[in-house]
Ligand binder design. Sequence first.
Ligand code: TXA
Ligand code: MG
Length: 355
Amino acid sequence: MKTIIRRMEKENMEEIAGEAAEIWKAGGLVAFPTETVYGLGGNGLDSQASRKIYAAKGRPSDNPLILHIADTAQVEMLAQGISATGKQLMEKFWPGPLTLIFPKAPCVPYETTGGLDTVAIRMPSHPAARALLQASGLPIAAPSANVSGRPSPTLASHVIEDMDGKIEMIVDGGAVGIGVESTIVDLTGTVPTILRPGYITEEMLREAVGYVDVDPAVLGPVGEHVKPKAPGMKYRHYAPKAPMVLVEGGREEEAACIIQLAAQAKAQGKKVGIIASQENQNKYVDGIVKVIGSRKDPEAVAHNLYRILREFDEEQVDQIYAESFDEHDLGRAIMNRMKKAAGQQVVAAGRKNKI
Ligand code: TXA
Ligand code: MG
């Protein structure tokens, strides 16, 4: 298949939105930017389109898709039993990087929900996403537009790498803003529960609706006793091709530990990549050093994470070492993704590693 790639500017937004809407109505797939990461969209009410999405991503079909909408009124059609809490959250955070889970309405096919009786819905705020969704009038099922298992795309070039030749169209809207996927909140239980941390933090949710819970799978490794409620969170995810080790400690300890690990790996003939904070960048002597941002600037760290992981894939490093970041607020989403990228390989940088 020849994939049409269209660069979206203010002047051609309506025209491109019209083209994308036609493709969606005909059952095809269009990748588009959102404020979090690029999405791979298809008509969420068309089970055939959902099947095509799973095939293009190489994604297991038990991993449900998020429906993207432009108008709150669409929720009434797609979900049932919408609580007062649900309404408050929509009012406060939509459009924006928050996905809500409700019991599904009969019109939503099981192909879209991965066989579940619940449905995930979000209203993105990115102007290009809004233009496309409005033009189609459809709820658009859109997972992140990466091949399953790879880091989510934050640039159109990432989408082209993974999807060229597999889908009808890619809308290039430049770099996304946030860089990590939306916060997911499950509203089907008695207490709203965070299934995936994101830009909308626990604090922000608590301030809006009082008590919220956090799914144990968000906080630590998924083991026999901890099964994530968001099926997608169980897969090795957001992952670079090379093994990655996350080093935890203080700023100085982490640098000292990574210097030692990088020297050892280099001595074994390995090409090393280092994910460094701005504060520590000049300390490293071995390896390809990529600065992810200041320890005081989690927004920059979130924005740069997936791009850096993909760059290390391109440069074919054999081993990645990464510093850690504060787990508060947006830091929770950052560390959740970094631990997954590292396949939970975390090293404590203590005194014994000091050189
Ligand atoms: O920011 C985002 O949410 C991006 C952009 C494109 O909107 N989308 C995204 O979709 O991250 P995806 O498919 O890569 O991740 C969706 C996550 C998966 O972990 C999936 O298991 C979970 O949402 N999910 C979807 N429907 C669910 C449901 N009914 N119950 C529990 N988890 C659900
Ligand atoms: Mg994804």
